[in-house]
Design a protein around this ligand. Sequence first.
Ligand code: FES
Length: 156
Amino acid sequence: MDADRRIAAVEEVPEDGTLLVTLRPTDPDAVDDGEGDVGADEDGTPEAEAIITRAAGKVAAFRNYCQHWTDVRLDKDDGAFVRNGEVFCQKHGATFEADSGYCNFGPCEGATLESVGVAVDGDGVYLDDDAYEFVRLGPATRDGDGSGSRIDFTGS
Ligand code: FES
C-alpha cells in the first residue's frame, strides 16, 4: 500500500466511536455543498470528511453525513456515538450498521451511507478509493462550527 494513503493504525480506530478524517475529492465537482461534511481549504479546494468505523474487527469508512438530512454530520469532531455495532445520528436517532452503512432504523431506514474505500494492510488502515486523496486526521476546513443551526438531541 502507498504510504501516502495510510490513514491510521487499526488500533486507532475506536469500536465505540468513529475516527474522523479529511479527504480531498479528486474530482472537485463530485461533492455537493449541501453535504454537511464538505469544506474547503484556504485555496478554495473542496475537502470532504469520512468516518472510519471498526466493528467486530472489520474496518469500514463512510462519508460523514446523514442520509436523512444530508447537511447533518454524524461525527461532529468528537466521534459519532456507536453502540452494538451501530452508528447513531444524534439529530433524529437513525442507526446505521457500522460495517455496511445500512440504515436499519429511523427516518432514512433502508438507505445506506456513502461508502469510502479503505483497506487494512498489516496494522494500518489505508485509503483505497481513487475518488479521494487522504489529507489529515480530523475535520475538514469550514467556516463556523459546521454543525448547522438546527437543534439536535444534545441541544448542540
Ligand atoms: S438528520 Fe440524521 S436522522 Fe435525521
